[in-house]
Design a binder for this molecule. Structure first.
Ligand SMILES: Cc1ncc(C[n+]2csc(CCOP(=O)(O)OP(=O)(O)O)c2C)c(N)n1
Ligand SMILES: [Mg+2]
Length: 331
């Protein structure tokens, strides 16, 4: 293994650990009342985000969804503004006005997310169309869940990408459920990848627990898209350990021993073993683990120390005309 490959592998491990630690911390402080609203954790799905983003260039675009804390971290975002955004602070990546489901960070090509399931797919097609019209070679990668593939926006977005041969990569993170509905109950196919094939898009099933397999599949898709060959659809088989979201009311779903079964193929445990088998010393990995904890603790401290936005700025940075500030706010 070359030194460059080793460094790259350690970076994948580092980003997966950062996501896991970030999510554990977010869940804990949410329970303590420090984060308003709901929180959809990404724990268990780290390899799909990290493998995919490691195959992108820094200036490539990425579009996420409601379960997207992990995606910007996977693309290399700094943690402080992300954590501050979760806490609604002015130092947040969207100045505290977006929150958990709106972590847009243009500095790393993250075009953002929305809570409307499937809505990122036509946005990604639009970004890819923009690159094509501008004649640059940026690609756009879009993350969405299995549930999103039942939305009209999915089908419209894929069709446009196919007929216009857009430089887009569609990554379906099939974690088996949409809230409490099993994918098997609403998708009459063994593989959601078959939906991409129906649009004439090269489509593949990928082991979403294997970060190297994910990276290789996305790298091939990137090469095709950059070379003008059009979109690829990748279905990543993965799993979320936690409930759909915290603070949305307990969704009654007994997954039995399924969670434990998936934990046996935990993406971080698997990768750690793989790295050790390839000759990486355990203490090198332990140090990365420790650094991830320190980085997330630092981000949390930064977020806690930051101010809330001034309420007079509520109408800044929005597309609509500025509304008159009500008297009770301006006093
Ligand atoms: C258009 C729309 N329909 C329904 C919802 C409510 N909702 C929020 S998340 C979600 C499930 C999405 O499942 P999936 O796409 O598989 O993503 P996952 O949560 O599993 O990552 C639903 C139905 C919504 N936000 N938007
Ligand atoms: Mg799902």
């Amino acid at each position: 293994m070359t030194e460059q490959t080793k460094e790259r592998n350690l970076e994948k491990y580092r980003r997966m650990l950062r996501i896991r630690e970030f999510e554990a911390t977010a869940e804990a402080i949410h329970a303590a009342g420090e984060i308003p609203g709901s929180l959809h954790t990404y724990t268990g799905q780290e390899a799909t985000g990290v493998g995919a983003c490691m195959a992108l260039r820094d200036d490539d675009y990425m579009v996420g969804n409601h379960r997207s804390h992990g995606h910007p971290i996977a693309k290399g975002a700094t943690l402080r503004p992300l954590m501050a955004e979760l806490l609604g602070k002015v130092t947040g990546v969207c100045k505290g006005k977006g929150g958990s489901m709106h972590l847009a960070d243009f500095s790393i090509g993250s075009l953002g997310e929305t809570s409307i399931v499937g809505s990122g797919i036509p946005v990604a097609a639009g970004a890819a169309l923009g690159s094509k019209l501008q004649g640059n070679d940026r690609v756009t990668l879009c993350f969405f869940g299995d549930g999103a593939t039942n939305e009209g926006a999915f089908h419209e977005g894929l069709n446009l990408a196919a007929i216009w041969k857009l430089p887009a990569i569609f990554v379906c993170e099939n974690n088996g459920y949409a809230v409490s509905t099993p994918a098997s109950a609403v998708v009459p196919l063994a593989n959601i990848a078959d939906r991409g094939k129906a649009y004439g898009i090269p489509s593949f099933v990928v082991d979403g627990q294997d970060v190297d397999a994910v990276e290789a599949a996305v790298a091939a898709a990137v090469e095709l898209a950059r070379g003008g060959g059009g979109p690829t659809f990748l279905e990543m088989k993965t799993y979320r350990y936690a409930d759909h979201a915290v603070n949305m009311g307990r969704v009654l779903l007994d997954r039995g021993e399924e969670v434990d079964e998936w934990r046996k193929r935990d993406p971080i445990t698997l990768y750690r073993k793989q790295l050790i088998d390839s000759g990486v010393a355990a203490d090198v990995l332990d140090r990365i683990d420790h650094e991830a904890k320190v980085a997330v603790a630092d981000a949390l401290q930064f977020a806690r120390d930051s101010d809330y936005p001034d309420q007079l700025e509520a109408f800044d940075d929005v597309f609509s005309e500025r509304l008159p500030i009500p008297d009770f706010l301006s006093q």
